[in-house]
Design a binder for this molecule. Structure first.
Ligand SMILES: C[S@@+](CC[C@H](N)C(=O)[O-])C[C@H]1O[C@@H](n2cnc3c(N)ncnc32)[C@H](O)[C@@H]1O
Length: 232
């Protein structure tokens, strides 16, 4: 297992110091729309997005310690003040710390693909996760999803299409380029190899309510990383 390097950075919020409910004004020193990037990796995307939208505050989360560290370093070097990095599992953050109707946007870029059929149940974005994430969006809030894996994108777009409270923001269920959308490290890597990227962008309808979540509260949980996983 790799060594966990302690992260000391003004951009980093240690989860053990985080209040039970994430307190944006306390952390950022202002009241602003809040957005989350799930699986920020090494921070290429969030650095650019935060620069594009200085009026928004961003949480960049990952379970990968070194990724969080690199993201903090990038943000610090660039003097970007509207991002905080948390080393936390996505479902844990959303279930535990983010109330319903809080987030202006959720970004999920190149989530772990789990391409083998027998591993697909490990994919982060499934019906249960989408229900959780969408309830955390404010009415009018946006969900962005991108992947190189066409079947993952088709799985996600099929789930989204079944939710009347969502408005597709694209001319098709997914597109191969999203002008103005920053490229993450993985996106760049795939595009450099000549592989297609697929982008999804939906908005929560400001009026139509979301259906209730299908999993009862008592059955909800999240899978943290398995012990022994080499993902520090
Ligand atoms: C394939 S990488 C993509 C990184 C980055 N988004 C990019 O496009 O360059 C997937 C990232 O998601 C993180 N990740 C996977 N499952 C996660 C979870 N349940 N919660 C938070 N982060 C997760 C991984 O640690 C990894 O850094």
């Amino acid at each position: 297992m790799q060594r966990v390097i302690p992260i000391v950075s003004p951009c980093f919020v240690p989860v053990e110091h985080m209040p039970l409910t994430f307190d944006g004004p306390a952390v950022f020193g202002r009241s602003a729309p809040l957005a989350v990037e799930i699986g920020c990796g090494t921070g290429h995307f969030i650095l650019e997005r935060a620069r594009q939208q200085p009026e928004t505050d961003f949480l960049a989360i990952d379970i990968y310690n070194k990724g969080c560290l690199k993201t903090c370093r990038k943000l610090e070097a660039a003097g970007v003040g509207n991002v905080r990095v948390l080393r936390i599992e996505a479902r844990e953050l959303l279930e535990r710390a983010i109330p319903n109707t809080t987030l202006q946007a959720i970004y999920i870029n190149c989530p772990d693909p789990w391409p083998k059929q027998r591993h697909r149940e490990r994919r982060l974005v499934n019906q249960e996760f989408l229900e959780l994430a969408l309830h955390r969006l404010v009415p009018g809030g946006e969900l962005f999803f991108s992947s190189d894996q066409c079947d993952y994108v088709e799985q996600v777009t099929a789930l989204l299409a079944g939710i009347p409270a969502l408005r597709n923001q694209l001319s098709a269920p997914f597109v191969y380029a999203l002008p103005g959308y920053p490229l993450s490290k993985y996106m760049r890597r795939f595009l450099d190899q000549g592989l297609p990227m697929h982008f999804v962008h939906v908005r929560r309808d400001p009026v139509i309510p979301l259906p209730p979540r299908s999993t009862p509260e008592s059955a909800r949980g999240f899978r943290s990383r398995r012990p022994g996983s080499n993902h520090e």
